[in-house]
Ligand binder design. Structure first.
Ligand code: AHN
Ligand code: ZN
Length: 341
């Protein structure tokens, strides 16, 4: 009888086979055919925190509950104070930039850009932005066209994602220079049938003001990322033309990161026509390369999200999964910027 110690010894050929298998796998891993064409994504030197979509959703809900955030209304002031308080609790510095701008209809809008900075001492900065005001009318709707919209997606969704990013930056404190800018007076743009003389550049009044009057002299960021309508179910973000014109490398980086993170169903690597949004003025007036992550709809006449500028833009159109796709992608992009020491 063989001693029990050698009874279970497996045949030598299995060991050899395993050895060869490991060898061949190693070789395949080394031979990356894409390496020469495109640099691989950097590996973050620390774990990337998990974006909490429930928390982002709660931030969207709280904004909507103020009522429409139309300049010169009580809801607008209340929401501004809440946003500023929230961000002051997360960021190292908070600046509220108050200003007045004249809208297409002659009204003077009491406006506030809300600016939160993390590690303001660092020169190497990334700009994240969204607009927090809502449209004063529903000119794409068939009904109640003169009433303001909730702006759950158009406004609150991008801000909700950025508040959650701010919460996570505060909790994890990576050595990253980040500025979160919430623009006001974005959506007071002239409707087609306004009856007022045509006005150029009637949208994006807050970002135009900021780009001409940055919160710090000679402010510069390496790049910027604008969020607009990022909360609808199965949102599709195409590579929008203005972003591609001014910041193609940033678009590449973000869309690649999204795909690597498992959000390729949201971030479609297809170029679509350019639009004028806050990022246009950030590129043109501030000289900061900035992209727009904005819902593109291949089937709607406007090519914007189907419920754009209608009363259907309500909280029940917000899907946590879309908020997560954008928020987690942003965190992946940010944490890959940490310099390995
Ligand atoms: C224009 O309609 C010219 N730009 C769209 C900017 C926008 C409005 N984004 C959301 N609401
Ligand atoms: Zn809008």
């Amino acid at each position: 009888m063989a001693p029990s110690g050698v009874k279970c010894k497996f045949p030598a050929w299995i060991g050899v086979a395993c050895f060869l298998l490991v060898l061949s796998c190693g070789q395949q891993g080394d031979r990356n055919p894409d390496k020469t064409k495109t640099p691989a994504l950097a590996t973050p030197p620390v774990d990337v925190p998990r974006f909490q979509a429930d928390s982002a959703f709660a931030f969207v809900k709280q904004q909507v509950e103020f009522g429409p955030r139309v300049p010169n209304t009580r809801a607008h002031v209340n929401c501004a104070e809440w946003l500023a308080g929230k961000l002051a609790g997360y960021a190292d510095t908070l600046i509220v930039q108050s200003f007045r701008v004249r809208a297409f209809d002659g009204k003077v809008l009491d406006s506030r850009n809300i600016i939160a900075s993390f590690h303001p001492d660092l020169g190497n900065r990334i700009l994240l932005c969204a607009h927090w005001d809502t449209r004063p009318f529903a000119d794409q709707d068939q009904e109640r066209r003169n009433e303001p919209i909730d702006g759950a997606n158009d406004g609150a969704s991008g801000v909700g994602v950025l508040l959650e990013v701010a919460r996570i930056l505060a909790a994890t404190d990576p050595a990253l220079g980040v500025d979160i800018v919430l623009f006001d007076a974005e959506d007071y743009g002239q409707p087609d049938d306004s009856g007022f003389p045509p006005m150029d550049d009637s949208y994006c009044l807050g970002s135009q003001y900021w780009a001409k009057n940055p919160h710090q002299r000679n402010y510069i960021a390496r790049y910027g990322i604008l969020l607009d309508m990022v909360g609808a179910p199965q949102a599709k973000f195409t590579q929008e033309g203005t972003s591609m014109q001014y910041a193609p490398s940033v678009v590449e980086q973000v869309w690649k990161t999204a795909a690597a993170t498992g959000f390729g169903d949201y971030f479609i690597p297809e170029r679509t026509k350019g639009i004028i949004d806050d990022h246009y003025y950030i590129n043109r007036l501030a000289g900061i390369k900035c992209i727009d992550i904005i819902h593109y709809d291949f089937s709607s006449p406007s090519n914007f999200w189907t419920h754009w500028h209608t009363h259907e833009d309500r909280l029940d159109k917000i899907d946590r999964n879309s908020l997560r796709a954008v928020g987690q992608t942003l965190l992946e992009v940010l944490f890959r910027e940490i310099q390995a020491s």
